[in-house]
Design a protein around this ligand. Structure first.
Ligand SMILES: *Cc1c(COP(=O)(O)O)cnc(C)c1O
Length: 235
């Protein structure tokens, strides 16, 4: 054992706390906690930290920076984690995302979805895809305007090697629970509308360290949590 250094962060303890938060939020919403997948966002963190999380039984991990992620994917391949690409996707990144990841959460253009489908290697299950929605209309943010989602959903649903699973959003930070809930409720309503139109979406990727309770109250199936698990990020 090495000596604990100041600033060391116990990942097992932090993960247990986050899982308790998820359980409590699910119970408060009369939901089964098993229906909320914790995606541990390990961006900027070394493979050794991800391995510590794997040791506790954590299986789903989220990454934004492709080069950084690919190194971890290779290092940890034998541990069989499930990788989620949660960042914006440029065209020159689609091949590595299609081959290295199980999920892409932030698709907002058909061109990207089509490349992911075309480049998904033979023999792999379809890549799970969410459409990122700019649910609270922040001008600065990526994601598709809600009105444009139905058309993209229809286009993606027709692709062979990706599977449209649902919607993802990153609302503006807010301090109080009711303000946090509002954009999550809007995302859920949009998914309900798509399903009423014939889609069979089952995924709401919403909620992070600061607002996962509000997201779970509104039906989140995937919460993407970084800081609360791994500590502050190395910039
Ligand atoms: C970094 C990031 C997260 C995690 O955010 P925390 O506040 O550290 O929990 C979740 N989703 C996306 C898309 C991110 O980029």
């Amino acid at each position: 054992m090495t000596t604990t250094q100041p600033g060391d962060h116990n990942i097992a303890t932090a993960l247990a706390r986050v899982r308790e938060r998820i359980d409590a939020a699910a119970r408060a919403a009369d939901r089964d906690p098993a229906h909320v997948t914790l995606v541990a966002v390990s961006k900027t963190k070394p493979a050794a930290r991800v391995a510590e999380a794997l040791d506790t039984g954590q299986r789903d991990f989220g990454e934004n920076y492709l080069q950084d992620a690919l190194a971890k994917i290779e290092t940890l391949a034998a541990r069989d984690p499930l990788w989620h690409f949660i960042g914006d996707i440029q065209s020159n990144k689609t091949r590595d995302i299609a081959s290295g990841f199980a999920w892409a959460h932030a698709v907002d253009r058909f061109k990207i979805a089509r490349r992911l489908s075309d480049q998904r290697p033979d023999g792999m299950a379809p890549l799970n895809v969410c459409i990122q929605v700019n649910i609270d209309g922040e001008a600065s943010k990526s994601g598709l305007a809600p009105d444009d989602v139905p058309e993209l959903a229809e286009q993606i649903a027709a692709l062979e090697h990706v599977r449209l699973r649902g919607l993802m959003a990153i609302p503006a930070p807010a301090d109080d629970f009711e303000t946090q809930r509002r954009p999550f409720a809007a995302l859920r309503a949009l998914m309900d509308q798509l399903n009423a139109d014939g889609h069979t979406l089952d995924t709401l990727s919403m909620g992070m360290s600061a607002d996962l309770e509000a997201a779970i109250a509104e039906g989140a199936t995937h919460v993407r949590v970084g800081t609360a698990i791994f500590g502050a990020r190395d910039t």
